[in-house]
Design a binder for this molecule. Structure first.
Ligand code: ZN
Ligand code: ZN
Ligand code: ZN
Length: 368
């Protein structure tokens, strides 16, 4: 549910007027949740939020989805327009644009992840328009979190920290990754609304950063990478810690000390005005100097908010300066194929003067 004190549609309309966009069309997506609080199902039946630069927004929904739309509270932000099973929903959208007095030869922003089937139907029905990506007007809103959004990220951060606090009780030699993963998912749901992902990557599986939690049985001497996240009150958590069963494998203590230092250096590099790529370099240069550069195979971080992966990307080549209100992960990793992997991930928020971590679990390896 969008914060009622935060006039997101008002700020969106200001961005649309600045960029000469006459209307924004948004299908089921994080943008839809962000704007009106409706978690719509991505269905073959059209659900579309129509936001004119001037005039009231409308949420066009299939009749059978209307109860869900009503429950979401979206009607506080947009008029609900339902279409019945035998109607043409695209015609309802065009009607609505005409009622709002929008020139069908104007400029329309289409939400970036709208299905092609809807995009093509809209473009066919509104033949003379110009089309721009929805992100051209949504990006700045989503990128800079309001104080209420930052508070939501702190709360969901605390919720995932509480799960990492009990992970040592769940990891035992003889259990499979999948068994541990199911227990972790149950714990996530104690203080989240949804589980977004659970990665339990043991032993050699740890060398695959997005390992699919599977049937491998945990053994004494395994390092285990646990990367978990969920959604709570519309905002996402994402945190990684490393564990070991019984004792650390050979070489892991040295590797992990390098990683802990690299993660600290990257967090310390976060301040308003710092280029995103400089934050990446702070972690990467340290890991490279220690001889593990080729083992750090991904970017240092990604933005987070109503989506678990969103802008900004903390990666070489992105020279955009970070700014107060941006939230992103700092998650360097070192992966040694055939043996083990390691990653430490915290979410940070850029403040007016520096940085705030929203995850607070100890970062050293926990031996269970
Ligand atoms: Zn990831
Ligand atoms: Zn992440
Ligand atoms: Zn993660």
């Amino acid at each position: 549910m969008p914060d009622p004190t935060d006039d997101r549609l008002g700020r969106l309309r200001a961005a649309m007027r600045t960029r000469g966009v006459d209307a924004l069309l948004v299908g089921p997506s994080a943008d839809l949740r962000y704007l009106v609080g409706y978690h719509a199902l991505p269905l073959e039946r059209l659900t579309l939020l129509v936001v004119p630069a001037d005039g009231p927004a409308a949420l066009v929904v299939p009749e059978l989805e209307e109860p869900r739309a009503v429950d979401s509270g979206a009607a506080a932000h947009a008029d609900l327009v339902t279409w019945s099973e035998t109607e043409d929903p695209i015609a309802r959208v065009v009607d609505r644009l005409q009622v709002a007095g929008i020139d069908l030869r104007g400029t329309f922003a289409l939400q970036d992840r709208l299905w092609t089937s809807f995009t093509l139907a809209l473009q066919a029905a509104i033949g003379g328009a110009s089309w721009v990506p929805g992100s051209s007007v949504m990006r700045d809103l989503r990128l800079i979190k309001t104080p209420a959004e930052v508070e939501a990220l702190r709360e969901v951060g605390a919720a995932i920290d509480a799960v990492h606090a009990v992970v040592p009780d769940l990891l035992r030699a003889g259990r499979t990754e999948a068994e541990v993963g199911r227990d972790i998912a149950d714990r996530i749901l104690e203080d989240h609304d949804e589980v977004n992902f659970v990665i339990v990557a043991s032993g050699p599986n740890g060398a695959s950063p997005h390992h699919e939690t599977g049937d491998r049985v945990l053994e004494v001497g395994d390092a285990v990478v646990v990367d978990i996240g969920g959604t709570r009150a519309g905002y996402c958590s994402d945190s990684t810690r490393d564990y070991a069963i019984g004792h650390l494998p050979d070489g892991y203590a040295e590797l992990h000390a390098v990683l802990e230092r690299a993660q600290d250096l990257a967090v310390d590099a976060v301040r308003p005005g710092a280029p995103a790529e400089a934050i990446d370099a702070a972690a990467r240069d340290h890991i490279t100097a220690a001889g593990y550069g080729e083992r750090f195979v991904h970017r240092t971080g990604h933005g987070i908010g109503v989506e678990e992966h969103e802008e900004p990307w903390i990666v070489a080549g992105n020279d955009e300066p970070v700014a107060a209100g941006m939230a992103f992960s700092i998650e360097p990793g070192i992966y040694v194929p055939g043996r083990y992997g390691s990653r430490i991930e915290d979410i940070v928020v850029v403040t007016d003067t520096g940085v705030e971590r929203v995850n607070h679990r100890p970062r050293e390896v926990v031996v269970v």
